[in-house]
Design a protein around this ligand. Structure first.
Ligand code: PAF
Length: 285
């Protein structure tokens, strides 16, 4: 695997690479990331991963400084997965001068994650657009755990006419249901035992919808209350339409099979997010 720290190196390495499938990451890779590279391998001739902890998408009180940086282990994992090139720029390479131009996502970017992490999606879209321009992939793979990110990046690609297919990869879970995430490493042993409750609560709501419940607001409130009872500080538990992530109306014809349930909550100092489909849904938007 070739490791490129500069855009110039990367351009040299990828000249004539054929169809490039790209997996952008912030490192501290786990099985979920490795699943992204596996899907990328099936989609392209050359697989490129990036590792860049993007300051622009962290709020002032978030974990940018302590975000785990595990380059040696990450490099070994990507190598094992047969990734062809790793782009690992430093901050100066990505932002040689202050980034004055930003991508402004649509109002969806201010809901759910965006409501609790102001500016998050501006930062994500800005760095993803820059990475796309440097890597020039034909395909890019994003995890469905960050469902809103997947939706917003897909929308950006459509609206800016970028010739890139955005592929969503199923969430990889631990045996007890906890969605794999780099932030799981922050959990204490007791918190790690409690953490799968987030998935259980979301799954419980999804199953209730599948069996005919349409009182989404009650289901959300019950889900929030259950998490709070067990010591979580809940940001949101939300039933949304899986395609546009808009709020479903109980009386409107929103087929329940198209709904998803999303949640974000803090356990101690660790913020976890997850989402589940009422029934498994194809990767379309
Ligand atoms: O999902 C992530 O890890 C990040 O948001 C991404 C897409 C790599 C952009 O920094």
């Amino acid at each position: 695997m070739k490791i490129c720290h500069t855009a110039a190196d990367l351009a040299r390495e990828l000249a004539g690479a054929g169809r490039i499938a790209f997996v952008p990451t912030m490192g501290n890779l786990h099985e979920g990331h490795l699943a992204l590279t596996r899907l990328a391998r099936a989609k392209g001739d050359a697989v490129v991963a990036s590792i860049f902890v993007n300051r622009l998408q962290f709020g002032p009180n978030e974990d940018f400084d302590r975000y785990p940086r595990t380059m040696d282990a990450d490099r070994a994992g990507l190598e094992r997965m047969g990734v062809d090139a790793l782009f690992a720029p430093d901050e100066h390479e990505m932002y040689p001068v202050p980034q004055l131009y930003r991508v402004k996502p649509p109002p969806l970017g201010e809901e759910l994650e965006g409501a609790f992490r102001p500016g998050f999606f501006d930062g994500v879209c800005t760095v993803v657009l820059k990475l796309f321009n440097l890597v020039r992939p034909q395909v890019a793979v994003f995890g469905k755990k960050d469902r809103q990110q997947l939706k917003i990046v897909r929308g950006m690609v459509q609206q800016f006419n970028l010739p890139i297919e955005i592929v969503g990869c199923e969430t990889v879970r631990a045996e007890d249901g906890l969605a794999l995430s780099s932030r799981n490493g922050y959990l204490t042993a007791t918190e790690r035992t409690e953490a799968p409750r987030l998935h259980r609560v979301l799954r419980g709501i999804a199953d209730a919808i599948a069996s005919g419940r349409r009182d989404y607001a009650n289901l959300e409130a019950d889900g929030r209350a259950e998490l709070a009872r067990h010591g979580w500080q809940v940001d949101y538990v939300a039933v949304r339409h899986g395609l546009g992530l808009r709020i479903p109306h109980p009386e409107a014809f929103d087929h329940p099979n198209l709904l998803i349930v999303l949640g974000a909550a803090k356990l101690g100092a660790t913020r976890l997010i997850d989402n589940v489909d009422v029934v498994p849904m194809p990767d379309v938007d």
